[in-house]
Design a protein around this ligand. Structure first.
Ligand code: SF4
Length: 335
């Protein structure tokens, strides 16, 4: 595959240039900010080698207590609406909420944001219960090389994920996958990935770079190199011009953003929103997008939008206030 050869021969700039041209022609200049809204800190599986939740499972005595309150989840949705952030998906470990509970939460978020919700809530065969509140289903593939996958994520088989996505497509939902770079994959594994995207009719992909969590086997591993990450994204954009590509980068890797955008990212994710809002880190995201020549949809710094409560339902007021106070605290610390 030509893009893999280019990647292996360090022709990353060539890949990025080509990807950028394709991207601008097909997708224009808008860059979205995406927020994964977590439902719980509990995961029944708890054995994926890289995952923060795998370090928490032994510490959680009562899984019900690891669930977030519904109003806190809805308050987060309200703030995403105010700030122009997309809700990337509702996310949670296995076994934290039932299908009917997830449906109820998604329906309320749909009411708040007027956008149906993506789900990333594990492998499920109950998708037929969902309706207009859901737009798409995400398969958390993480690593697509089958041997590596079985080793790193022993309890969620690729086959089951693919079957779920096929069912999602049959029911009329969109389909997405998530991939983490830096788990030991090589550029050649793009062959597996591109086959999955093509054969599975995947419309959206979220790339993350490894965030080495203490207590996991990856704690002393580096996150992937910025140009490797950008080269992979460029290869995906060149191969799939219409694919929606979201790229995750943590607060300590904000300099990745410009290269990722020039490689074909549509959106950015994985930020600790309330910790970064109004700070130099949030403003740095805005600067990265600006100097990529793109238009940022949403804000990391506009307090007027944050405080605009014109359409918030009163029962969420106290929950919304908690998040706003965190953001205002950032402001006072930076003055
Ligand atoms: S299934 Fe998901 S939440 Fe659970 S351990 Fe694996 S990656 Fe973490």
């Amino acid at each position: 595959m030509k893009v893999i050869d280019s990647l292996e021969n360090f022709k990353t700039l060539e890949l990025m240039e080509k990807a950028n041209k394709i991207h601008l022609k097909r997708h224009g200049k808008d860059i979205t900010l995406e927020r994964a809204v977590f439902l719980s800190w509990w995961c029944d599986k708890g054995d994926c080698a890289f995952c923060y939740m795998s370090t928490q499972k032994p510490k959680i005595k009562d899984p019900l207590k690891a669930r977030r309150s519904i109003n806190s989840i809805l308050a987060e949705a309200e703030l995403c609406k105010r700030l122009g952030w997309n809700i990337e998906f509702l996310s949670g470990g296995y076994g934290s909420f039932s299908t009917s509970e997830i449906k109820k939460i998604a329906s309320k978020i749909y009411e708040i944001t007027s956008h149906p919700v993506w789900l990333n809530t594990g492998i499920s065969t109950n998708l037929a219960e969902y309706g207009e509140e859901i737009v798409g289903i995400t398969g958390a593939v993480e690593v697509v090389n089958p041997k590596l996958h079985d080793k790193i994520c022993p309890s969620k088989s690729l086959e089951d994920i693919e079957n779920m996505l096929a069912m999602a497509g049959d029911l009329g939902f969109k389909k997405a996958i998530t991939i983490i770079l830096g788990l030991g994959e090589t550029p050649h594994d793009l062959e597996y990935l591109f086959e999955m995207i093509r054969d599975g009719g995947i419309q959206r992909i979220t790339f993350y770079s490894l965030n080495p969590h203490p207590g996991t086997p990856y704690e002393n591993q580096p996150s992937p190199a910025s140009l490797y990450y950008a080269g992979i994204v460029a290869a995906a954009r060149i191969t799939f011009p219409d694919l929606e590509i979201i790229c995750g980068t943590w607060i300590d890797n904000l300099a990745n953003i410009g290269p990722l955008i020039l490689s074909g990212a549509n959106g950015l994710t994985k930020f600790p929103l309330f910790k970064m809002f109004g700070t130099r880190y949030g403003k740095r995201v805005e600067e990265e997008v600006f100097w990529s020549g793109r238009n940022l949809k949403g804000t990391f710094s506009d307090y007027n939008l944050l405080l605009d409560n014109s359409s918030t339902s009163p029962e969420l007021d106290s929950y919304v206030k908690r998040y706003i106070d965190k953001c205002l605290n950032n402001k006072s610390l930076s003055e």
